[in-house]
Design a binder for this molecule. Structure first.
Ligand code: HEM
Length: 396
């Protein structure tokens, strides 16, 4: 869907995504799954802390992203877990192949250049491999559904996103053709878009807070004061909406580190003139939300991580303020804003509540490197390796 041209087909696919996963009601129904995965993460981090060693938080967060999304989209069967592992290793290569600019982008009409650089062939090969995985996932679901139907045992709550899409295909009441091609496209988009986005926000937010102990302490004080209920429980979804400072931290993180720094390339349908520049129809237009969020014409001291800048202002990331578009804007704006920010805040709140954090190998906060890796998604170049110290609330 992300790369489909604007039109009726895109409109229908977007509706399906909202119904199946991204609408507010559906996201709410996913909270128990999210909370279970977060509580596993806290338990694993406690175990690592007991072994007194540092943890590679970048790897932990990538695994968490794959786990949450594959549970939500595919359910838990072993076949699906195996396929999803393969899927994520292929998508890493795909992100690399799609990221950045190539010679072909400079001369888009040159078929010869496309052939000579081999860009097309590589993408075709990756596409075929990903397609085969998605087919296996669908047939695994179909097999499970027909055996459950024969034994009359399918439970409504066992249904994941693929089941939801197969129901749509069987009911044929969508008013447009909905086949395995559309199902594969929705699964692909959600697995891709839902995995390297919100977990990158968590990684950058923690990196910034480790560099700025004042901000880390303020965010921890907020969550610890609000949440403690005597049992040392998981911070749940009901609490996170009251964590106003944490919200500012997430917003400021998205300004400096938008997960899709060049958004998704778009094509204008008609020729337009903007500030004297003529942009012919069908031009590939790229919005650099990374640069926009750091533009000194719009931001005071733009390179400084300062969550308080968003206090008492109506500027946010909902696509209405063009100086800040980490989720894009307009019709094609990211439909995963609510899902992505909800889970990012849930995980961050728990990591801040249950642990104090120290940099490994004696690195001082001011020396923590913040280098970015080149690619379609914005990740740290070097993994974030840090030491968790379990926090125990002292009753007053
Ligand atoms: C913090 C996390 C996220 C960020 C920063 C982000 C950012 C973006 C951006 C910049 C776009 C392009 C918007 C445009 O062209 O104007 C986009 C599109 C999209 N995102 Fe996200 N995203 C995030 C999380 C998610 C999640 C969790 C999902 C789904 C599970 C998702 C699904 C999509 C889809 C399906 C599109 C294509 C929309 C269309 O073309 O109509 N995103 N996202």
């Amino acid at each position: 869907m992300g790369f489909t041209p604007y039109g009726e087909y895109w409109r229908q696919m977007r509706k399906v995504c909202n119904m199946g996963l991204l609408g507010a009601t559906r996201v709410k129904s996913l909270h128990p799954t999210m909370e279970q995965e977060v509580s596993k993460l806290v338990a694993q981090t406690r175990a690592a802390a007991a072994a007194a060693g540092p943890i590679n938080l970048s790897v932990v967060l990538f695994d968490l992203g794959s786990c949450v999304n594959s549970r939500v989209v595919l359910g838990m069967s072993a076949v699906r877990q195996e396929q999803v592992g393969l899927f994520f290793s292929l998508t890493k290569q795909l992100m690399k192949a799609l990221g950045g600019f190539s010679l072909v982008d400079m001369f888009p009409s040159s078929d010869l250049l496309r052939r000579l650089t081999g860009a097309h062939a590589e993408l075709k090969k990756l596409h075929a491999a990903v397609d085969a995985i998605l087919e296996t996932i669908i047939s695994d679901h179909e097999a499970k559904r027909s055996s459950a139907a024969m034994n009359d045992e399918e439970e409504e709550e066992d249904q994941d996103l693929v089941d939801f899409l197969l129901n749509l295909k069987e009911n044929k009441d969508l008013g447009f053709p909905f086949t395995n091609v559309e199902i594969k496209s929705v699964i692909f988009d959600i697995l891709m878009a839902g995995t390297n986005t919100w977990n990158a926000v968590i990684e950058w937010a923690l990196s910034e807070m480790l560099k700025n102990p004042r901000i880390m302490k303020k965010a921890q004080d907020e969550v610890r004061q609000l949440v403690f209920n005597g049992k040392g429980d998981i911070v749940d979804e009901a609490c996170i909406n009251q964590l106003h400072y944490l919200q500012l931290v997430v917003t400021e993180t998205l300004r400096l580190h938008p997960s899709g720094p060049l958004n998704v390339p778009r094509e204008n349908q008609e020729t337009v003139v903007i500030q004297g520049y003529r942009i012919p129809a069908k031009t590939k237009v790229i919005f650099n939300s990374w640069a926009i969020g750091r533009d000194p014409n719009h931001w005071t001291d733009p390179e400084t991580f300062y969550p308080e800048r968003f206090l008492n202002t109506c500027t946010d990331y909902k696509g209405l303020h063009f100086q800040f578009i980490p989720f894009g804007a307009g019709r094609r704006m990211c439909p995963g804003v609510h899902y992505g920010t909800t889970i990012a805040k849930l995980v961050l709140a728990n990591l801040l509540y249950h642990f104090d954090w120290e940099l490994a190998n004696g690195v001082k906060p001011q020396d923590l490197d913040m280098e970015e890796r080149l690619g379609l998604d914005l990740r740290r170049k070097n993994d974030l390796v840090i030491i968790p110290i379990p926090y125990h609330h002292q009753a007053a």
